[in-house]
Structures are given as structure tokens and as C-alpha cells.
Design a protein around this ligand. Structure first.
Ligand code: C2E
Ligand code: MG
Ligand code: MG
Length: 590
């Protein structure tokens, strides 16, 4: 039954309608003037409104006009009650958007008839919208998981495909425990495929021919792998193959050999025969790792080894390929002293709202100035800090610095500005993170809404159940969560939906030359609309030129960050940058 709001100043009429509706089992809300009625409608969103025309304070037309102007109340069916003498005015009511009218005096049947018609129309409309939304969501998730050029699953679908194989494996060998504990002899193999000298093809023959060749390559991969597994196009000319479980390594090598052999035949494209050699690296689940991201990285190392050995061959991953660590040892020692020697500095890169052009906040990015090596990239030292555990101290320093800076800027008048801080996996899993964060927020007098934490997908998927719990706990503090580098972690958005977060940050590899890259632009537009359907905001990172910016703006991306707007800069430079002072002129007290 429905909730119906009666707005009527005549007590007798209102009570009569209430009685009739309550007898039918409806819930009834009442107001005896237009102003109280519109307030009640906005607060309670009834399923239908029955409203008199002539009333004190606000007449029925004014109520309808007010509710029509509000997105939340606009769609509520609205039935006017009108005296005979006002009937000629009803055209005005219908033009304003009323759904029906009843002329006083009316019978019980007339009243119920009008209400039932409106309510059933509303519910069929709601069903239609819900069906359409579900259908769109499905289409979008399929599109986002599919490479439009080759029709193969893409990078975003990798984890889903992989999990699908593991589930089938589990079903085939039911029992207790995780899939990797069962039948570990049944290895799932990950092939990383390297196409040799492909970039030269693009340079020589252009994009159109390169695309035709990519299609032919994907067809050949599909026919060669046939029913033994799935082919996935990761990016550009990077493909990978996931093989269904096989018991003997011999079966895996025979598929690898078949693939190498298949590439010994040329690809006839237009008038030419094009030869492309292939190198294959193979890693095995569960032997080498359990995580698909790491398995792919190992397979990639093995592929580079196969390429170094001359190409046209395959190599299995071995632990010996994880070399080249000696240089890291000295770096690690220096990293241990960097904090106490004050070698770290936090820089800030502004983020911009794409519609208004205003600054929305900044990302805090750590810089290490090593006395001998000079500036060391965070790409080098953050993983090392993570591995050694030093990240806990370093990460706390960044959080503390960023919040301190935010407080200084806010005190100087900066408003509507959110600070983002990156949080590594180890930090995220720190037992007392919640307390540390709330202490930092209190000490620096920061409103938790003004702090955003950036986490990567890989941080979340490592132990998803625990991650969901930890995220929920963090969210009780009131801060917002963004998924950083989205698209590189091989998870689909539908998989990530289990995690409560607020924003998607599209990785810069997708943004690069987006206007000229058909498959990336299809992926980004699908991601943007799917994220919006899920109520998430989208920010693009690594925007370097105007064409990329225009594309993102046109497709409804919410925010951007990138060299086009500003490099990450020191706090001093940030304050004096023309962007900041222009955007906040009236707010920032110099
Ligand atoms: P991220 O969080 O994805 O940060 C964005 C990176 O993109 C930054 O690299 C930034 O300088 C770079 N960038 C921004 N705009 C552009 C652009 O238009 N084009 C290009 N090519 N690059 C752009 P940066 O500062 O080298 O940091 C690299 C990564 O190191 C960060 O990636 C983040 O994962 C990590 N990192 C940096 N600071 C911290 C920190 O305080 N804590 C943790 N846990 N990680 C950090
Ligand atoms: Mg980040
Ligand atoms: Mg990023």
C-alpha cells in the first residue's frame, strides 16, 4: 500500500479523504495549508499527493510549481481537488505538470479510481526505469570488460576470467579449502605474449593497418588456443592467455609450442605478408603465486628472458629471474636514515573540477632528495619502504605533513579543498591505523571530510574480506576513499563494487592520447558512465594536453589531475601558483 499526502485546508474534506484512504490500507499524511504541505512532501517523499487549489499561505499551483522544481519531488504523482467554479483553471494545473484532477464534490469511487490509476502508472514506470538501469549496467559492464577492436576480454576483465577458471577448477574437484589447496597438480598457466617489433609496424604502415594486424593476431591466438583457455588483450599489443587447468607440464609446453609455430606463418594484411615473431613467458598457479597480478608480472619477466634469448620461443618463470637486487641494498640503508636526516619533502599536485575549472584539492606526493643520488623517484623507493616496513613511519610522516599543511591553508582562508594522501598496502593493514588517523585529524584540527585516502586495487584484493571490514571502519571516521591507478590492477568494476569507496581514479596509461586511441576511449567512457550509475565520482590522472582534457570533459569525467594543469610542486610554490591564487583569490588571505 502507498503513502499518500493530503493537502487541504477544509477539515471536513480532508478527514473524509483520510478515512477513505485508510480504509483501503494506505498510509496517510496531512497538511492544512500549502506551505506545510510542500515541506512535508519534501521531507517524506510520499507516493502520491492529493492537493486542494485554493488554500491559505500557498495555493495548490504554487505547491505544484515548487515540487516540480525539486529533483526529488518532481516525479511524485499529483492530483488536484478543485471546486466546480475553478474547473476552467485546471488547464493551468495540467500545464504545470499535474497528473489528474477531481472536481468537488466527488464520490469515493472517483477518488479511489484516480488514485489507483496514478499509482499503477507510477509503479509500471518505476519498473521500466529499474529494468532499463539493470540492462544498461549489464551492457556497460560487458563493454568495460571487452576490447572493442578485437572483441576479446580486456585488462579489466582479467581477474574475472581468472577467477572463473579457478571456480570451474573447484567445481571439477570439490572439497574443502581454497582452490589452490586442491589438486595442486592441476596447474593454471598464465602466458604473457610479447610481439616483436610491433611498434615498427605502426610507424611504417600506420594505425589502420596495425589495427587490422592486431585483429588477425587475436584471431590466430583464439584458434590456436581453441577450447584450452582464454585470450585477453591487455593493452596495445600486449596479449595474455590463461589456460584452463592441466595436469602435466608437457600439455602446457605443447600449447606454447603450437603458439610459437602459429606465428611462423605470415599475416596477409591488405597487399602484404607481415611476419611477427612471438616470445612467451609462462607462470603457473598455484606454484609461482596465487594472485593474478603477480602471476602476470612473473610471466612478463619470463617473456623478457625469452626475448633476450632471441625470441620465437617460450620460457617458464623461475625464481632466479628475480635478480638485480644488489643496488637496492644500499638504497635501503639510506632510506632508513632519510627521515631523521630530513631528506623527505611532500609536494602537492592540484586537482581540478572539469566543469567549473576550480581547484578541488591536491594530492600529497612524497619526494626524497638523496645527498648523492639526487631526487629518487617514489616509484623506486616506495616499494622498497613497503617491503622493509619503513613505509609505516614514512607514511605517517606524509599524513602528518599533509594534514598540517591543509590546516595552514584552511586557516588562511582556503575552502572546499580536499587533501588526498596515498596509502600503501602495508599502511592500510596496520592494526592501529584507525587510531593513528583520528589522532592526526584531531591534532591538526582537520575535518575528516577534507581528507581522502588513495588506495590501489591490489591493496584491496589481496585479502578482500578483511579489506571490506577495514574500509568500512575507516569510513566511519568520515573520510573519503579513492581507488588509485584504476585499470592497472586487472579488476573489473563489478568486482570492486564490494568495497565501499567514493571515487575512481583512472590510471594515466588509459588517459594518454585518449582522444586518438579507440579502445582506451571506449573503456574510459564506459567506466565513467558505469561509475556514475554506481554513484561514484571519477577523476582522471596524468592529463597532459588539451585534447585529453576536452575528451574527458565531454564524457562527463568529474575531475582531473595532470601536468597540463600543474606538476606536483612544493607547498610554497603551490600557494603562489597562479591557478591557486586565481581560484581562491577571494578566500586566500596572503
Ligand atoms: P600515484 O598516486 O598514481 O601518483 C600520481 C603520479 O603521477 C605522480 O608520480 C605524479 O607526479 C604523476 N603525474 C601526475 N600528473 C602527471 C601527468 O600529467 N603525466 C605523467 N606522466 N605523470 C603524472 P610520482 O610523484 O612519481 O609518484 C609515483 C607513485 O608513488 C604514486 O603514484 C604513488 O603510488 C607513490 N607515492 C608517492 N607518494 C607517496 C606516499 O606518500 N605514500 C605512498 N604510499 N605512495 C606514494
Ligand atoms: Mg595517488
Ligand atoms: Mg595514480
Amino acid at each position: 500500500m502507498a503513502t499518500i499526502l493530503i493537502i487541504e485546508d477544509d477539515d471536513i474534506v480532508r478527514k473524509l479523504i483520510r478515512k477513505i484512504l485508510m480504509q483501503e490500507g494506505h498510509e496517510v499524511l496531512e497538511a492544512d495549508d500549502g506551505q506545510a504541505g510542500s515541506k512535508l512532501a519534501q521531507a517524506s517523499h510520499p507516493d502520491l499527493i492529493v492537493c486542494d487549489v485554493m488554500m491559505p499561505k500557498m495555493n495548490g499551483y504554487q505547491v505544484l510549481e515548487l515540487l516540480q522544481g525539486d529533483r526529488e519531488t518532481k516525479t511524485i504523482p499529483f492530483v488536484f481537488l478543485t471546486a466546480k467554479s475553478e474547473k476552467h483553471d485546471m488547464r493551468q494545473g495540467m500545464q504545470l505538470g499535474a497528473d489528474d484532477y477531481l472536481t468537488k464534490p466527488f464520490t469515493k469511487n472517483e477518488l479511489l479510481g484516480a488514485i489507483t490509476t496514478r499509482l499503477s502508472k507510477l509503479s509500471s514506470l518505476q519498473k521500466k526505469y529499474a529494468d532499463e538501469a539493470a540492462e544498461n549496467k549489464l551492457k556497460l559492464s560487458q563493454l568495460a570488460g571487452k576490447d572493442p577492436l578485437t572483441n576479446l576480454p580486456n585488462q579489466l576483465a582479467l581477474r574475472d576470467v581468472f577467477n572463473g577458471i579457478l571456480e570451474r577448477k573447484l567445481r571439477a574437484f570439490p572439497g574443502k579449502g581454497a582452490p589452490h589447496q586442491l589438486q595442486s597438480k592441476n596447474l593454471v598457466s598464465v602466458f604473457c605474449l610479447g610481439l616483436e617489433r610491433f611498434s615498427r609496424i605502426t610507424e611504417t604502415f600506420g594505425y589502420d593497418l596495425a589495427n587490422l594486424l592486431l585483429k588477425a593476431i587475436s584471431d590466430r591466438l583464439k584458434t590456436t588456443v581453441a577450447g584450452a583457455g582464454s585470450v585477453i588483450r591487455l593493452t596495445g599489443n600486449d596479449f595474455c592467455v590463461l589456460l584452463d587447468p592441466l595436469e602435466h607440464k608437457q600439455e602446457i609446453t605443447s600449447i606454447a609450442e603450437k603458439l610459437v609455430l602459429a606465428f611462423k606463418q605470415p599475416f596477409p594484411i591488405e597487399t602484404q605478408d607481415i611476419f611477427i615473431a612471438i616470445s612467451i613467458g609462462i607462470s603457473l598457479y598455484p606454484r609461482d603465486n596465487l594472485d593474478i597480478g603477480k602471476l602476470l608480472r612473473s610471466a612478463n619477466k619470463a617473456m623478457l628472458q625469452a626475448r633476450n634469448l632471441g625470441g620465437n620461443q617460450y620460457q617458464f618463470f623461475t625464481a632466479a629471474l628475480n635478480v638485480g637486487k644488489s643496488n637496492l641494498v644500499t638504497l635501503e640503508t639510506d632510506l632508513r636514515y632519510a627521515l631523521e636526516r630530513n631528506e623527505f619533502e611532500v609536494h602537492y599536485q592540484p586537482k581540478m573540477d572539469l566543469q567549473s575549472g576550480k581547484i578541488t584539492g591536491a594530492e600529497a606526493l612524497l619526494r626524497w632528495y638523496h645527498p648523492q643520488r639526487g631526487a629518487v623517484s617514489p616509484v623506486q623507493f616506495i616499494p622498497l619502504a613497503e617491503e622493509t616496513g619503513l613505509i609505516e613511519e614514512i607514511g605517517e610522516f606524509v599524513l602528518q605533513e599533509a594534514c598540517k599543511q591543509l590546516n595552514i591553508w584552511q586557516t588562511n582562508g582556503l575552502k572546499n579543498f580536499r587533501m588526498s594522501v596515498n596509502l600503501s598496502a602495508r599502511q592500510f593493514n596496520q592494526l592501529n591505523l584507525h587510531q593513528r588517523l583520528s589522532r592526526i585529524l584531531i591534532e591538526n584540527n582537520i575535518d575528516s571530510q577534507d581528507l581522502e585516502l588513495e588506495l590501489t586495487e591490489s591493496t584491496l584484493v589481496q585479502n578482500s574480506e578483511v579489506a571490506v571490514r577495514r574500509l568500512k571502519a575507516l569510513k566511519t571516521l568520515g573520510l573519503s576513499i579513492a581507488i588509485d591507478d584504476f585499470g592497472t590492477g586487472y579488476s573489473s568494476l563489478s568486482y570492486l563494487q564490494q568495497f565501499p569507496f567514493d571515487k575512481l581514479k583512472i590510471d594515466r596509461s588509459f588517459v594518454h592520447n585518449i582522444h586518438a586511441n579507440r579502445s582506451n576511449s571506449a573503456i574510459i567512457t564506459a567506466i565513467i558512465s558505469m561509475a556514475h550509475q554506481l554513484g561514484l565520482k571519477v577523476i582522471a590522472e596524468g592529463v597532459e594536453n588539451q585534447a585529453e582534457l576536452e575528451f574527458l570533459k565531454r564524457h562527463g569525467c568529474d575531475e582531473m589531475q595532470g601536468f597540463l594543469f600543474s606538476y606536483p610542486v612544493s607547498a610554497k610554490e603551490f600557494e603562489s601558483s597562479p591557478f591557486v591564487s586565481a581560484s581562491f583569490e577571494s578566500d586566500l588571505v596572503q
